[in-house]
Design a protein around this ligand. Structure first.
Ligand code: MG
Length: 265
């Protein structure tokens, strides 16, 4: 008979077994291809494609986390492409599988909504200031407003990350602000922050006309730190004829793992 292993979790740490309740705005589904089909067929296809999207991405991150420190940097080809949505979806899926995971939004510009969403899904033990150590007033790039220097930014961000990691959390998903080359200090961009924090990148791109160029540019900018996965997001029922070929073209040009997910509008 197996003897129960003693928990090494610190008091206040996230319980890997407590799956957070999904907030009303969060509505994950896979994107059905084409139209038609009865409800059962669509539900079956939806489940299968959901596994292909978020499920396979979680499995990939788990494999990588054994080699690295379990930290992943989620960036995008632009703002508003679904970074927060993806990060939340991953947090829910990790915790559904009993794996402790936390979101981290180092810099918020304007409101703090993204950080609050990640915070709620990261469960107890963390404060909003740990999940989001830098909150700037205006919804513009950090460098375009009153913002701490690079060294102060980095010190505060590393301090908050240290507090999160102390809580025995296995996976930390860092969500960048804006795109990868968004300037965050006089001589630094989000890419420098990604490099300073370490961990491979996941790039999020919106599956629409123009995504090929945006994605290839971002992959080039990611450079040696490397991107382990590319996630193409589709919002609501918006159709774009380029969606038929975007993933295929990207697969023929880059070796990175590509995941397609739909977001119900
Ligand atoms: Mg966001």
């Amino acid at each position: 008979m197996k003897t129960p292993t003693k928990s090494r979790r610190r008091p206040g740490a996230i319980s890997p077994n407590s799956v957070p309740s999904v907030p009303p705005w969060f509505n994950l589904r896979s994107q059905p291809r084409g139209s038609g089909g009865n409800k059962t067929t669509e539900a079956r296809r939806s489940r299968r494609e959901s596994k292909d999207g978020i499920g396979k991405l979680v499995e990939l991150l788990m494999r990588r986390s054994r080699r690295g420190g379990g930290l992943f940097f989620i960036t995008g080809t632009d703002t508003g492409v679904g970074k927060t949505w993806l990060t939340c979806a991953l947090l829910v899926e990790f915790r559904r599988r009993g794996i402790s995971a936390a979101g981290f939004k180092p810099i918020c510009c304007g409101d703090r909504e993204d950080a609050q969403r990640l915070w709620k899904l990261s469960g107890g033990g963390l404060t909003l200031d740990m999940v989001n150590p830098i909150h700037l007033r205006h919804p513009v790039a950090p460098v375009a407003q009153k913002c701490p220097s690079w060294s102060t930014l980095l010190r505060k961000i590393r301090g908050a990350l240290f507090e999160i990691r102390k809580r025995n959390i296995r996976i930390v998903l860092v969500e960048g602000a804006g795109g990868l080359l968004c300037p965050i200090a006089r001589k630094h961009t989000m890419r420098d922050l990604a490099k300073a924090l370490g961990g491979p990148m996941v790039i999020v791109a919106r599956d629409r006309l123009g995504v090929l160029n945006h994605t290839l540019l971002t992959l080039e900018a990611a450079g040696r730190q490397g991107c382990i996965a590319l996630v193409l997001t589709r919002f609501g029922k918006t159709k774009d004829s380029s969606q038929q070929s975007n993933a295929k073209v990207l697969r023929s040009r880059v070796s990175v793992s590509i995941h397609e997910v739909g977001i119900r509008g």
